[in-house]
Design a binder for this molecule. Structure first.
Ligand SMILES: [Zn+2]
Length: 603
């Protein structure tokens, strides 16, 4: 039976605060700043561009070992443990059981699903020349567990999770903890008899993660996403909106629809799709000289027009076969959509030799007019274009006044471009989408039988029939979350931690440690708070008060109590980190109550 849940988010206090000490004897030690390890830096490290990266280094949370490989110092590790503890609580609530899988993944297992050659896999050999991958994700290991131990309908449904280090040989580690090669990921998996069961599990996990993000006070957008290598079924990303994000998110201000731009459908009205291009106003086709103008901007500039009057012609090679792809000059090809349309295993831009062979012109001058024997795929947006500009398949030349139907006819029209702001919302179909940058902190997938079928993870139905287990996988990037929390909550002085994940809830600053009365009052308040389960750091360093205040702000502790000259009048100063003008005096006898009440308000 599950233990009763004492708290939900916004209820009284969190884990660290509800740990009640029993009896009269102290069963805690004092964590003193002077004995702890918090190597703060005065200057902003030159290599760090992102705010979170600067703060992680400056505030002494992490240190870099090599490109994309970091050590979590005591404060960083403390935040990770707080994050994990909130997540564990949410997993308990949905009866999702914790386990721990290995880091060494045998080659044979990854070959069952064709993932041995995924390009980010770190590979190694043991002394007997057996080959292994360092775990980059754990679907295969989980599926292996399922096929051995979930054999009957009675064994399902099941929810399992772990919190583990993952390894990915990222070509470009970046942004401090945003994209690293070794990182901590919290990953849960669901196992069900059928799709309906999988949907229920998916909603359970999604709900638990929603609760989690609410409890750590991190606003996230749940965006429809592309399954990429993992799958094509329903999947969502949890996105923290931030200028420093790598992804573009499209949001509908009307209905709340959100999608990763790479996933977002471009809605082309039926009236456009069904109507033949109008031909009135068509001007005669004309070739113009465009010496050296290869890019859209160069051509538009030379001809005194804008990119949306141009058509880009790109030659792709899909599974060895060249295709021509046409999009408006200011649009980008969405290679995920294109790959789906072509059902291609491999897809990439053709090299310059191939482009020259096919179009007869150097790269930059390809166009659709006169191209024969090549599949010509046009984005739907071309249907509304008249008298546009395109490459002439000759060096230094473009056509102007090109028109569909008259000058060339695409093999097909399709949605193959990246959606952008001002496109119509594909959900409510009434409002224009807005765009924002986002940091992906979680990604959840319905996997169906994507892993269970190739790995033979079947269970026996009541009827005796064997069926593949329907799976889901649910990941949260814990170390990236550390950075996202900082990107989301900081000011010029440093980090501002939400209480639930702050390395400490309270810092007590004793301004002058040679004054015994101050030291004694600091220790007493510390003990009173610890006895009430509050997570406290006592700053007992022999430093100037100003330095201690700066460090407290930099490392972002939610509540600061200053034991200083006010003590002579029986008061201490209490300040909330996120409100810079919140400092106020409180009677020392009331200090513990005041702090506990403040933490409750902040939680
Ligand atoms: Zn909408």
């Amino acid at each position: 039976m599950r233990p009763p849940r004492f708290h939900r988010y916004n209820s009284l206090l969190f884990h660290s605060l509800v740990r009640v000490t029993c009896g009269t004897q102290k069963d805690f030690t004092t964590l003193k700043y002077s004995e702890y390890f918090i190597p703060t830096l005065r200057d902003v490290p030159a290599e760090a561009e992102l705010v979170s990266h600067q703060l992680l280094l400056r505030a002494g949370f992490v240190r870099k070992l090599s490109a994309g490989v970091y050590t979590l110092l005591p404060l960083g590790w403390r935040v990770v443990q707080k994050i994990e503890s909130v997540l564990r609580d949410e997993m308990d609530a949905i009866a999702c059981a914790e386990m721990r899988m290995p880091t060494l993944h045998p080659r044979e297992m990854l070959e069952e699903t064709g993932r041995w050659n995924v390009d980010v896999v770190y590979k190694l050999q043991d002394r007997r020349e057996a080959e292994f991958a360092l775990g980059f994700t754990h679907e295969e290991v989980m599926t292996d567990i399922a096929r051995r131990d979930m054999r009957s309908w009675r064994d399902l449904p099941r929810l399992l999770y772990q919190n583990q280090t993952k390894f990915r040989d990222e070509p470009r580690p970046r942004g401090g903890m945003i994209r690293t090669r070794e990182f901590i990921m919290f990953d849960a998996y669901s196992f069900d008899r059928d799709e309906a069961g999988m949907d229920v599990s998916y909603q359970k996990l999604k709900g638990a993660y929603d609760n989690f993000f609410a409890r750590i006070q991190l606003p996230v957008v749940t965006a429809e996403a592309d399954g990429g290598a993992i799958g094509d079924l329903d999947n969502h990303e949890f996105m923290v909106l931030s200028e420093s994000g790598e992804d573009t998110i499209l949001l509908c201000p009307n209905c709340g629809y959100a999608a990763n731009a790479e996933r977002c459908t471009v809605l082309t009205p039926e009236s456009v799709l069904s109507s033949a291009p109008a031909s009135n106003g068509d001007k005669p086709l004309e070739m113009v000289s465009t010496p050296g103008a290869r890019t859209i901007d160069e051509v538009a500039g030379l001809l005194g027009t804008s990119a949306n009057n141009l058509v880009k012609t790109l030659i792709y090679v899909a599974d060895g076969t060249p295709v021509a792809v046409l999009v408006r000059g200011d649009h980008e090809v969405n290679e995920i959509k294109l790959r789906r349309l072509l059902k291609a295993e491999s897809l990439g831009l053709a090299d310059s030799a191939t482009v020259e062979r096919i179009t007869g012109a150097p790269v930059g001058f390809a166009g659709p007019v006169g191209v024969i024997g090549l599949r010509l795929i046009a984005d739907n947006s071309l249907l509304t274009m008249r008298n546009f500009i395109a490459g002439a398949n000759q060096a230094d030349a473009h056509y102007v006044h090109v028109n569909l139907g008259r000058d060339f006819s695409p093999t097909e029209y399709a949605d193959i471009r990246v959606a952008v702001a001002k496109d119509l919302c594909p959900s409510c179909r009434t409002e224009k989408l807005e765009d924002a940058r986002g940091i992906e902190v979680g990604h959840i997938f319905k996997l169906g039988s994507k892993y269970s079928a190739p790995m033979g993870a079947n269970y026996t139905e009541e009827s005796g029939a064997a069926k593949p287990i329907q799976m889901g996988s649910y990941g949260i990037g814990i170390t990236r979350l550390l950075a996202a929390l900082m990107e989301n909550s900081h000011d010029k002085d440093g980090i501002i931690w939400p209480v639930a994940v702050a390395p400490f809830s309270v810092i007590i600053v004793v301004t002058y440690i040679k004054d015994e009365a101050l030291v004694k009052a600091g220790q007493e308040l510390h003990d009173a708070l610890r006895a009430r389960g509050v997570d406290v750091l006592l700053d007992d360093r022999d430093e100037r008060a100003g330095i201690k205040f700066k460090d407290a702000d930099l490392i972002g502790i939610p509540v600061r109590v200053v034991i200083g000259k006010g003590l002579a009048n029986g008061t201490v100063e209490i300040k909330v980190r996120k409100n810079s003008d919140s400092a106020r005096e409180a009677p020392v006898a009331e200090a513990a109550n005041t702090v506990v009440a403040l933490l409750s308000d902040l939680s």
